[in-house]
Design a protein around this ligand. Sequence first.
Ligand code: SLC
Ligand code: ZN
Length: 598
Amino acid sequence: ERAAEEAAGRDYMRHLDELMSKARNKKAIADWDYASNITKFNEDRMLAVALEVAEDEKEYWKETMSYLWHEYEDRDLKRMFEKYSKLGTSALPEDLNERLISAISNMQSTYAKATICDFKDKTKCDLHVEPEVTEIFANSNDPEELKYTWLEWHRVAGAASKGNFTEYVTMDNEAAKLNGYDSVAEWWLSEYESDDSEDQFASLWAQVKPLYQQIHAYVRRHLRLKYGEKVVPAKGPIPAHLLGNIWAQTWNNVEKFTRPYPDKPDVDVTTALQAQNYTALKFFKTAEDFFTSLNLSPMPELFWERSIIEKPNDGRDMVCHASAWDFFDGDDFRIKQCTTITDAFFKTTHHEMGHIQYYLQYKDQPVIYRAGANPGFHEAVGDVIALSVATPKHLRVMGLLEDGPDDIESNINQLYKMGLEKIVFLPFAYLLDLFRYGVFRGTTTTEDYNCHYWQLREALQGVEPPAPRTEDDFDPAAKYHISADVEYMRYYISYIIQFQFHRSLCQLAGEYDSGDQTKLLSNCDIYKSAAAGEALGKMLQMGSSRPWSDAMEVLTGQRSMDASGVLEYFAPLHDWLKAENERTGEFVGWEPSTVPYC
Ligand SMILES: C=C(C[SeH])C(=O)N1CCC[C@H]1C(=O)O
Ligand SMILES: [Zn+2]
């Protein structure tokens, strides 16, 4: 009897998979059309399709819940039913779902359309965050220009969305409760499939915090030398506008004037890319070549036809923030990004193509399993490839870096450059969702949004705002993912596990052996390694069909996330920074900020 019931359940799952493939395809097309051309017409169509699909999903859900899947023996069949039992935002009554979708699309539109005036030419007022504001933070050395630009961007893209954000929190929490979660925080955490995920995240931070504090202290000293004691306090947090990035999330743009050994040859990839006339298309073809060198999949024809790889110049409003899209029909996969010819975008292109590669590897899974093993896995794929590309060894193979010394000092310079991207990012990524967990749980109310945000920014990241802040400001929404309802713990996890993946892939490629000092993890390049490619492909093909520990084990032999990969990779830098901060007597850590923000 039960066997017959399970057989009926299996048939139903096959049928539902077909229906869900069509529903998700229809929704993805409407979402793409809106994000790539923000008009009232496209917004209305996106909303109408979302509500129509939500109604269909409600019907499917009723049918799904009529099966006795809790008693099923077949673990895989049970896993599929369990995942389909979570209706998501479609569980909301139509009017509340409409309010939720509108609140998010209003924030997305505000962020995409936000412009500021130029500091030097106040008549030029069409500066967007990409590329103009990003470019100012990459190249300006004028604290006043940086402060002005920082304040303006946070006014037009942050404060402007406070109302919509509050509406979004209320509606999204309602949806969470209808799915059996106390708040959106628990819903987001459920994606990591452990009952102690928050403790795991906290323990990872405890492991990497000492390394972060060392690089923070070193950078603060060099910024103080450059801008003076009045601008950069000796023992205080670092003012957020001086770190080369509008969100202070990665600091690679201060590398050129803070390098440990300035007289060693520079590794300025941006200059080389521009000098060699790289184009956005060449970025994509180069990234594709790395994946095919591992015997992984090339980009399909439709990808090249339908992706948007440069900012359109037809005056349309578009969500420029880089994204990779699965249209759930097994053929249509696209990237949308506003490429500029910089080292940062060269890496972003690999990052986005990592998402596409994951989509391609699991495209034959049932739709319900076409996701990362956990959200961090999806963010790690492209970055793992970029870790190989970023090595001097690989850059020389590409002709982007002339031959130079492979001595200790050059290696410290290289590790420092990588640390400004990978170590520095960890507290930022961690705190962004610590902030939102507090908001969803109600421990942070609308009266203390900005205060709690900056308390976390000071406590974990050791940065402070360039000027006093009040609750009329709403600085979190000045970051795309807060305005676009994109969970962010995935990036924190990615920046930890990508080093576990990199270490295993490097061992498979014969590029790394922990006992062999001549094979540094930070100089490993897995390019053309069939063994590495095969192992990576096997993990990616699993999608979310098994708990992420099983996927992690397939590639690394480990079943848990740990910081041993990142600590091993940066060990020489950690030692060097400790010695250097002792030599200069730099205070490690930071005293409370004197800038009022609560
Ligand atoms: C490139 C993407 C799209 Se998934 C992105 O949002 N990233 C990649 C690095 C961290 C995070 C960010 O830009 O904040
Ligand atoms: Zn990503």
